[in-house]
Design a protein around this ligand. Structure first.
Ligand SMILES: Cc1cc2nc3c(=O)[nH]c(=O)nc-3n(C[C@H](O)[C@H](O)[C@H](O)COP(=O)(O)O)c2cc1C
Length: 355
């Protein structure tokens, strides 16, 4: 296996020919494929909006302070994490990567690589059992250090899969509620549906594990998640793969965090490519972030070791970003790291949208 990120990415570029160019910065501008593939759905605007929304914020450089040591550690869902960067669910190797990596290998690379880096990864679900099976096996194989993300199937099916997640030792279980319109599920005769607050409440009551709802993009849905008893939400537009023309997640995150951040754990994903991006998401109200495509590339090019290296590179980059913005630990990261004009923008959003 290649030993550094450059060679891992080069290996992935060769493997992913025709699917993904493995661009120097993964920004959705040149993707040769959409869904299925690595890009965004439709025009790809929702993917690009994630990148643009993060880029719209600028940070305050602060170097005259006493925060000389950076501590990136945190506890999440009862687990000790070395840094606030998790692997997002990336599944469907057969359709998205044209089988150039086996589903089980993809899931194992994410889960094992993240666990070895001291973090956690999510795993996915899809129209064939192979996807959820691969994820649950990888989680069990890593001593339970992973979070399965279940499609918004019929409630009885979700409960059956939650039972399997519990048996695999997962510390939490997620539902990607934004997959309610996924055509590859419905075409395969697998029902997916929007969920009512009552349904979420029933699912949350059906397990002792924290229930995470992934794919929350509005204050209204965030409040519904609270009402349904969810333990956490992921502010996410599925990497721009669920609905075309959704805004960037960093644009909607502040209002959502302001509305529900005291009541449940707010996580975020979409376009996180650097330590500064992680810092921005945390300053906007996320407790931790998830990363998708860069880890998928690392998984293809380097397996678990590739995922571990990519996560550690992001964490090292975050430590530098914290040091240069006057942050010693994650609790120090707040709106003060964002430049004034953007802070004003965030504040105005908070006052208008979080009512
Ligand atoms: C190829 C691919 C497959 C994905 N499969 C899933 C999945 O099975 N379940 C899920 O909740 N999200 C899935 N996602 C979305 C990711 O979990 C995550 O929300 C998104 O990739 C984050 O954006 P980023 O790739 O820009 O970091 C997938 C994304 C990609 C690119």
């Amino acid at each position: 296996m290649p030993a550094n990120l450059a060679s891992i990415r080069e290996r992935a570029r060769v493997l992913l020919q025709g699917i993904c160019h493995v661009c120097p910065v993964c920004d959705g501008r040149r993707c040769p494929t959409g869904v299925p593939g690595m890009g965004g759905i439709g025009t790809g605007a929702a993917f690009r909006n994630n990148i643009a929304a993060l880029a719209a914020y600028q940070v305050n450089l602060r170097v005259l302070h006493d925060r000389k040591d950076q501590n990136l550690g945190l506890r999440l869902f009862g687990q000790k994490l070395a840094f606030p960067i998790l692997g997002a669910a990336v599944a469907g190797a057969r359709v998205n990567f044209q089988g150039r990596l086996a589903e089980a290998e993809l899931a194992r690379a994410f889960v094992q690589g993240a666990a070895e880096a001291g973090s956690l990864a999510c795993t996915g679900d899809g129209p064939v059992p192979e996807l959820i099976d691969a994820g649950l096996q990888a989680i069990a194989g890593a001593g339970g250090r992973g979070i399965p993300v279940i499609k918004p199937r019929e409630d009885t099916e979700i409960i059956n899969l939650i039972r399997r997640a519990e048996a695999a030792g997962a510390p939490a279980v997620a539902i990607d509620v934004d997959a309610a319109g996924l055509v590859n599920m419905t075409r395969a005769g697998q029902l997916v549906e929007p969920k009512t607050v009552a349904q979420i409440a029933g699912l949350a009551r059906g397990t002792s594990l924290p229930l995470i709802l992934k794919g929350i993009m509005t204050v209204a849905d965030a409040r519904a998640a609270v009402d349904g008893g969810a333990a956490a939400i992921v502010v996410s537009n599925h990497g721009g793969r669920a609905l075309d023309h959704t805004p960037g997640t960093a644009a909607v995150l502040p209002a959502i965090a302001a509305a529900v951040g005291e009541k449940l754990i707010v996580l975020a994903d979409g376009g996180v490519r650097s330590g500064v991006d992680v810092l921005k998401m945390l300053a906007l109200g996320a407790r931790a972030v998830l990363v998708g495509r860069p880890l998928a590339i690392a998984a293809l090019g380097g397996g678990p070791a590739g995922v571990k290296l990519q996560l550690e590179a992001l964490a090292d980059d975050l430590a530098v970003a914290m040091r240069l913005t006057g942050c010693g630990d994650l609790g120090d990261i707040g709106p003060q790291v964002l430049c004034g004009q953007y802070l004003d923008f965030v504040r105005s959003k908070l006052s208008t949208l979080a009512k």
